[in-house]
Write a protein that binds this ligand. Structure first.
Ligand SMILES: Nc1ncnc2c1ncn2[C@@H]1O[C@H](COP(=O)(O)OP(=O)(O)O)[C@@H](O)[C@H]1O
Ligand SMILES: [Mg+2]
Ligand SMILES: [Zn+2]
Length: 494
């Protein structure tokens, strides 16, 4: 029997099972209790925050023959039909794959007919922003004068791409990213039910990586539990998701702030040697410094993070002056800009460490001379650089930053990929099926292709491969493999 994905298996069936969206479920429950339900809703918000789930719960409640309060009974003919996907009265349209006028015309045909077995005909249109202009116009006409037996629930991850004419016809609800602690609570519940052994640390890390989307959190959990590990530890997660480990990030920030230049440079050197992506590392540092500043100026309650993170953030924000933190933050932004120009990350980060510590008045140059600390120079680095593919120059980092700006989750997936450019293709080699499948979704693929074109000045077709033996950083092996699969040539860009 095929395993059901966790996020499907644990799709909420009642309003009370929806986490972190109380501001929405409260209003909808009340509307149902008082029979004051609107004929058109628009749900917006990041993916995996409950839009489809709430839409289905609402639909089920509307058509339930013996609803008590706001909850569908789950047993009547209509409830059963919805559960089994066997009703013509609940029509779900994925606008991402049905973008055109024909689909909306079809909808306008269907809507004329009274519901066949329930009280209402309910249309859920997902990713509604993907509709073409004509399709929007046709939909608008329907929304302007819907038959009384019709209800619409539109959902979108990109509200700014939905025409205001449509928005103004609907009652709008904005779904929020789900709080870290709510995600952990849900993960706790599910791991217990599924008898997955894990620790609180590990669950917090998953929650952190999912950036407020429960679907992603559950997919990560699924992925981890299918690796055959008997127990999921936070170390496994760091490896699989490619997060910068909290300990290293805060260790670095603390030694930098204390002006311990020797220790800080050694850390940079050690991380570089063990194959860490220093651009990701730097970004993690910047994120934490921003949180420290917020904690200092506004309060620790405004900051999200794991228990360990919050402890460190509280401690640093209590002891370090604001001016010092903001100088650090400016320096880090500058550093990220430098990365984009293609500078060697280890070199740039080392210089940053020296500059930061010098402005703090440490006797840097002397310290470096006497301690013989390895500071990589640009020239040496260049000479030593083996031939690498495009990933290793600044463009790939630049690319990742652009992706990050557009879509955080996609960025999290891409940073574990081994990329390889051939003449016309960008081949992404993923160690995990979950990541590969995400990138194969056409909307994600198009985002990647667009950004690659912007950064590299040429359009490459994205192809995804799965190489489960692939650890992070074992590029050469995968390159050969990818080349042989695609029949292309490695484009060296040095
Ligand atoms: N707010 C939430 N509360 C509980 N589970 C959720 C929530 N949001 C998402 N999930 C989980 O993720 C899965 C996908 O959620 P879904 O409602 O399809 O999200 P969206 O439509 O916003 O992308 C659900 O089946 C459920 O397991
Ligand atoms: Mg959805
Ligand atoms: Zn019912």
């Amino acid at each position: 029997m095929q395993k059901i994905a966790l996020y499907r298996k644990y799709r909420p069936e009642k309003f009370s099972e929806i986490y972190g969206q109380d501001h929405i479920t409260r209003v909808l429950s009340n509307a149902l209790k008082e029979n004051m339900v609107s004929h058109a809703y628009l749900f917006s918000g990041p993916r995996g925050t409950g839009k489809t789930s709430v839409a289905r719960i609402l639909a089920k409640a509307l058509n339930c023959e013996s609803r008590t309060g706001s909850n569908a009974c789950g047993k009547c003919k209509s409830c059963r039909a919805i559960k089994e996907n066997a009703t013509l009265d609940l029509i779900e349209i994925d606008a991402a794959s049905n973008r055109g006028i024909d689909e909306i015309r079809d909808l306008r045909e269907k809507i004329k007919f009274a519901p066949s077995e329930s009280s209402y005909k309910i249309f859920i249109i997902d990713e509604v922003h993907m509709l073409t202009k004509e399709a929007f116009n046709a939909l608008l006409k329907t929304l302007e004068e819907p038959p009384s037996h019709a209800f619409f629930i539109l959902a979108t991850t990109e509200i700014n791409r939905v025409p205001t004419t449509i928005i103004s016809r609907c009652q709008r609800h904005d779904f929020k990213r789900i709080k870290l602690k709510d995600i952990v609570t849900r993960l706790h519940f599910i791991t217990e039910k599924e008898k997955i052994k894990t620790s609180d640390d590990a669950l917090e890390l998953i929650a952190e990586a999912s950036e407020g989307g429960l679907r992603d959190a559950l997919s990560i959990l699924d992925q981890l539990s299918s690796t055959g590990l008997r127990e999921i530890s936070s170390k496994d997660i760091v490896e699989i998701i490619g997060l910068a480990p909290h300990k290293e990030v805060f260790g670095f920030i603390k030694s930098l702030i204390s002006g311990n230049i020797k220790k800080t440079l050694k850390t940079v050197n050690r991380l570089a040697k063990s194959g860490f992506d220093l651009v990701i590392f730097t970004r993690a540092i910047q994120e934490e410094v921003s949180k420290i500043i917020i904690a200092k100026l506004v309060g620790i309650d405004e900051v999200e993070g794991t228990a360990e993170q919050l402890e460190d953030i509280a401690q640093i924000s209590a002891t370090v002056e604001t001016s010092k933190l903001s100088a650090l933050s400016r320096g880090l932004s500058e550093l990220q800009k430098n990365f984009r120009s293609g500078i060697d990350p280890e070199f740039a980060l080392s210089i940053f460490v020296i500059d930061t510590s010098e402005s703090e008045g440490a006797s840097t140059s002397q310290e470096i001379k006497s301690e013989k600390i390895e500071v990589p120079t640009k020239e040496v680095k260049k000479k030593d650089l083996p031939i690498k593919d495009k990933r290793t120059n600044g463009q790939w980092h630049h690319f990742l930053l652009e992706v990050k700006a557009k879509n955080n989750t996609l960025h999290a997936f891409l940073r574990v990929a081994n990329p390889l450019f051939t003449d016309n293709d960008l081949c992404l080699n993923f160690p995990y099926k979950f990541h590969k499948e995400k990138l194969e979704e056409s909307k994600n693929r198009i985002i990647v292709e667009d950004i690659v074109e912007k950064v590299y000045g040429k359009r490459y077709q994205v192809r995804c491969l799965l190489n489960e033996n692939l650890g992070r950083g074992s590029l050469p092996q995968s390159s050969d493999e990818a080349v042989s699969i695609l029949g292309g040539e490695v484009v060296v860009n040095d």
